[in-house]
Design a protein around this ligand. Structure first.
Ligand SMILES: *Cc1c(COP(=O)(O)O)cnc(C)c1O
Length: 448
């Protein structure tokens, strides 16, 4: 009981010199949290005295932690280029710099500089994307999930959209095609079986209520063995002959031909556009390599209808997103593939990676071995497609090393019971930070 009375007064604590530079409201929160913890410790009889100085230090630490940003940059040493947990595609610094002034100042987002009148935010990217992707019209929304929702809501609400059973996928972060369809007001008409769907399945499913034939990219899984799916071009032809809309949720799109045989199982978007679906959508931050966005391309009359849907207002993107997407699209348009950060990583040769590995190894305080390995693109793209890579395998307890590096915000992986750093996704500017982390490990080891 006595101990409760020894709990320091909040007002007195606040006046302590240790907190002189603290913002009062945050300090109050920090004190409250620490005093609550102290009371609990007393109640549970975990302490028999109160160390006031230690308490103040805990409050100060809590205060600092509350002001520390939760979102921090990390070193991606996993080798997975589009790591969904690590923010998918990083943006090239130069492209970001070009887009910066659009966000830090005013811009012509919805202003027509020639006419001196209100303009349309959706028009900025339309020309560049149409030129780049060879389509009639383009529209950008918040992400591809929003694109799927908007398209279904606009064209299939209260009606049926036909989808193959083999394509009713769930994409990381609980995006499930059947559930998104349901939320959009479209009725799902499942056809075929898990492993096989034929064109006649689509034909047989078309009825009075049908509005759309939809194809969904399987993204993060593949069906092998006895299987069949229908090409989008065939679905498009059938839809048009019946006066229906054909829509392809492509998920991820890439432009340049990919190295390491990665493109062998699926065509680039430019090849798909040789027989373009009436509507197609994909993510801005998967293989396209820009920011989070949903890019819709297709027939002008249909995209114009999407623009008239009130829901678009909820899915519209900010000027910073538009600026970053436009800079990325222009880099592709100029053929400057090396300006897209993920493309640079994707094209690095094993020889180049080995040379980098040698330099990094020489900087580390922990002995390591250079090894050839394999990684994948990630982000729910190109499932089962591996690409060559080079790793540094560090000497020492793999689990402990993994934890130590992670505490320094360096995320690697464990391979054959070794903690490894994969050079494919590590930038040269990150070498010094990794070296410092290895020195901290050695220092800790020597101390023990
Ligand atoms: C990734 C993906 C989505 C979701 O896209 P986001 O940009 O993450 O919203 C939808 N459909 C398919 C087929 C996908 O691969």
């Amino acid at each position: 009981m006595n101990l409760y009375r020894k709990i320091p007064q909040v007002d007195l604590l606040k006046q302590d010199e240790l907190f002189a530079s603290c913002a009062p409201s945050i300090l109050s929160d920090a004190i409250r949290i620490e005093l609550d913890a102290l009371r609990r410790a007393i109640t549970e009889k975990k302490i028999d005295s109160i160390d006031e100085q230690a308490l103040k230090e805990r409050i100060r630490k809590r205060y600092e932690a509350m002001l520390h940003p939760s979102l921090e940059s990390v070193v991606n040493a996993t080798g997975v280029i589009l790591h969904t947990n690590l923010g998918r595609a990083p943006i090239d610094e130069e492209l970001f710099e070009e887009a910066r002034e659009i966000a830090t100042g005013y811009c012509n987002l919805e202003y027509d500089l020639e006419k001196g009148k209100r303009g349309d935010r959706h028009e900025h990217l339309s020309r560049t994307l149409c030129g780049l992707l060879d389509c009639e019209e383009a529209l950008v929304v918040n992400n591809n999930a929003a694109a799927v929702f908007l398209i279904l809501n606009t064209f299939a609400k209260g009606k049926e959209a036909v989808v193959s059973r083999g394509e009713l996928v769930e994409i990381g972060g609980s995006f499930r095609i059947p559930e998104v369809m349901n939320a959009s007001g479209a009725r799902l008409k499942e056809i075929g079986t898990t492993n096989k769907t034929h064109l006649h399945d689509y034909e047989a499913a078309i009825g009075e209520e049908t509005a759309m034939l939809m194809k969904v990219h399987k993204s993060n899984y593949a069906i092998e063995g006895f299987s069949a799916e229908v090409e989008m071009a065939e679905i498009s032809r059938l839809a048009r002959s019946r006066g229906l809309i054909d829509y392809y949720d492509l998920g991820s799109a890439y432009l340049p031909e990919l190295p390491w045989g990665l493109g062998s199982s699926e065509p680039s978007i430019l090849r798909l556009m040789k027989e373009p679906p009436s509507l197609m959508s994909f993510s801005g931050d998967k293989l396209f390599g820009a920011v989070q966005a949903g890019i819709i391309v297709g027939k002008k009359a249909l995209v114009d209808q999407l623009k008239r849907n009130q829901i678009l207002r909820m899915f519209r993107v900010d000027k910073l997103t538009l600026a970053l997407l436009e800079r990325t699209a222009l880099a592709y348009r100029r053929g400057e593939i090396e300006r897209i950060a993920i493309m640079r990583m994707l094209f690095r040769t094993p020889e180049e990676l080995e040379e980098r590995a040698g330099r990094l190894a020489a900087m580390l305080a922990i002995p390591s071995e250079i090894r050839r390995s394999e990684t994948y693109v990630g982000g729910g793209t190109l499932p089962n497609r591996r690409l060559p890579s080079v790793v540094l395998a560090l000497e020492g307890d793999a689990q402990a090393l993994e934890r130590h590096f992670r505490s320094h915000r360096i995320v690697g992986r464990i391979e054959s019971e070794r903690f490894v750093l994969d050079l494919r996704t590590i930038a040269e500017e990150e070498f010094e930070g990794i070296a410092a982390c290895s020195r901290a490990w050695e220092a800790q080891r020597c101390a023990n």
